[in-house]
Design a protein around this ligand. Structure first.
Ligand SMILES: *Cc1c(COP(=O)(O)O)cnc(C)c1O
Length: 383
């Protein structure tokens, strides 16, 4: 716990880490998202030029080449704590040996997605909405990725999205009103390629609501160009869910990218995954959610880490998540509080998990407590 205190002070402010490890990069290069992608750290040698690795990290990097690739953009790499192998940024993107440990309850497809794909790449699990996996590539790879079985292109399984079949399915299934574009990260597509998909979806009248799930504003804020935003705003209502776990990830550049999206009318939500030694404390989560509001992002979900193979070292107890929500509710803006959920193993969908405020409830009255532990009661509806 104490470990977090000194670093958190700086993490509460919006700070730029550029150019950090890349002093030779010109400003144009640094701000070019293609340069960022081209200069990603993807090898053991590349990592060791900048960081002293622990033995567990070294082994993890070598083994990741056959499981979930390692890739870290220069922008994000600069946030890594050089002296602390247990740092919150480092643990998210640098593989470690524990990724090869398989806990008996862990599986390759924890949310049972493969069994809910009527068309390859289209997950239809809820009545009125679908998750459309349009790519298997990301700007950087999160070590706890729930879709690591297909993402990054080095694992055993591959994603073969059938676009034409998926569009036909969406056209025929008029009960679908909400399409979530995900992957992989949809914002790695060129503007043109992404626009082709969005305009095709918009040609289907019953699709009311489009959203994009992306970590690009965090890993690669340079991608959020004015031309991208101008293209996206033609397809409203279009919402975006970003993914941040720690307040340090909200840098000056990330804040600008998020503001640009918001200025183009895109409502922004954030999804966090509860991760051991990353954000498993009320102090860190409070700093994160308060900073998100400053970026005009509404915290949406806090996920219990899925039971993905090799993620036990990053998982926390469910009780910890409940404790964090309790530490937020009442203590900070209601808008800052995400819904804690467990994506039910096997494909049951997201289930809200809440602290219990109700002490008793019958036909006559409800007895409940507030965030301070004070007890209240209200009559049930008076007949
Ligand atoms: C998470 C998810 C959605 C979206 O769920 P919301 O609770 O509406 O944000 C839709 N489909 C699938 C398969 C999902 O996993």
């Amino acid at each position: 716990m104490n470990r977090d205190v000194p670093s958190l002070e700086k993490d509460r402010i919006f700070y730029s880490y550029a150019p950090g490890h890349w002093p030779e990069a010109s400003r144009e290069e640094w701000n070019d998202w293609h340069w960022q992608l081209k200069n990603r750290i993807t090898t053991l040698q590349g990592l060791q030029e900048h960081l002293q690795l622990s033995p567990s990290e070294r082994a993890g990097v070598l083994l990741s080449a056959h499981k979930l690739a390692m890739a870290i953009t220069p922008h994000y790499f600069n946030l890594i704590e050089v002296d602390d192998p247990e740092g919150p940024i480092r643990r998210q993107v640098i593989p470690r040996l524990q990724e090869t440990h398989h806990h008996p309850s862990e599986v390759a497809d924890p949310c049972g997605e493969d069994a809910h794909m009527p068309v390859p790449g289209l997950v239809h699990r809820y009545p009125d909405r679908v998750n459309f996996l349009i790519t298997d590539r990301c700007a950087a790879y999160c070590r706890y990725c729930t879709r690591s079985r297909v993402v990054s292109g080095v694992g055993e399984q591959e994603l073969h999205t059938e676009f034409e079949e998926a569009f036909s399915y969406l056209q025929e299934h008029r009960e679908i009103r909400d399409v979530l574009l995900s992957g992989g990260d949809p914002l790695l597509f060129s503007d043109d390629k992404l626009e082709k998909i969005l305009s095709r979806l918009r040609s289907i009248p019953h699709l009311e609501f489009l959203r994009i799930g992306t970590r690009v504003p965090i890993f690669l804020p340079q991608r959020i160009t004015t031309s991208l935003c101008q293209m996206l705003q033609k397809y409203h209502p279009l919402w975006m869910s970003v993914h941040t776990n720690h307040p340090r990830e909200l840098t000056l550049e990330v804040k600008e990218a998020l503001e640009k999206l918001a200025n183009h009318g895109i409502p922004l939500g954030n999804q966090s995954v509860l991760l051991s030694k990353v954000n498993d404390s009320t102090e860190v989560m409070r700093a994160l959610v308060q900073k998100l509001l400053q970026c005009r992002v509404r915290p949406y979900y806090l996920y219990q880490c899925d039971l993905i193979e090799g993620s036990a070292h990053l998982r926390t107890s469910v009780a910890e998540g409940i404790k964090i929500i309790e530490g937020l509710r009442g203590h900070t803006s209601g808008y800052a509080i995400p819904q804690f959920v467990i994506d039910a193993p096997g494909g049951g969908g997201k289930v809200p998990i809440n602290p219990s405020y109700v002490l008793s409830h019958d036909q006559e009255k409800i007895v409940f407590r507030n965030y301070e532990g004070k007890i209240f009661e209200c009559p049930e509806i008076a007949q």
